[in-house]
Design a protein around this ligand. Structure first.
Ligand SMILES: [Ca+2]
Length: 191
């Protein structure tokens, strides 16, 4: 069973709603460390709330946040991804490199067939990673996407995945035992 605690996100300001709102598009983003990204509101439809982050400011940028983890524990990362495809042109893509714990992957924001700022085609991405330390750093970096329009993210959350209950381990061991028995019998039959 998932407890309420297991559902609590470890990421602060994952929706990028906490900004000073005063100096668009270079607003202060609470709880995040970042370079050359744009906090954006009033342009395309957000995944949630009013603000999103374009990972290309004037050039490819990154955003990251560190949080407490348990080494060896698995976590689920979710976030919404799209791209600023205005002026993108044929064949251009918006890509993001995501790193956390043992996770290091590149995702492509698929341009919706009928893409527009009012229909940005958000994709909900679900990934998992295993923490390697008591502090983990989640980073989103614009990847292979030059210029001032990049991949766009919103709705970031990280939750600890439940550790299997002792009964689950017992069931798994019981199942493995049965498999071993079947395997031995097959070998005997085949001999
Ligand atoms: Ca938001």
């Amino acid at each position: 069973m998932l407890s309420a605690t297991a559902h609590a996100t470890l990421i602060q300001n994952g929706g990028f709603e906490l900004t000073d709102g005063a100096s668009y598009p270079y607003n202060h983003l609470a709880s995040w460390t970042y370079s050359n990204v744009d906090a954006v509101t009033g342009l395309w439809t957000p995944y949630e709330g009013s603000w999103t982050v374009d990972l290309n400011g004037s050039a490819p940028g990154y955003i990251q946040q560190s949080f407490s983890t348990v080494a060896g524990q698995s976590y689920q990362l979710q976030f919404a991804l799209t791209g600023n495809y205005s002026g993108c042109g044929a064949g251009c893509t918006r890509q993001v490199q995501v790193t956390a714990g043992d996770l290091n992957t590149v995702l492509t924001a698929t341009e919706a067939a009928n893409y527009s700022f009012s229909n940005p085609g958000w994709q909900l991405e679900t990934l998992s990673f295993t923490a390697q330390s008591t502090i983990s750093t989640l980073e989103f970096a614009s990847y292979n996407t030059p210029g001032a329009s990049g991949p766009v993210i919103d709705g970031v959350s990280v939750v600890a995945l439940p550790v299997p209950e002792p009964e689950t381990y017992a069931m798994m061991l019981f199942g493995l035992g049965l498999l071993g028995l079947v395997s031995r019998r097959r070998k005997q039959t085949g001999a």
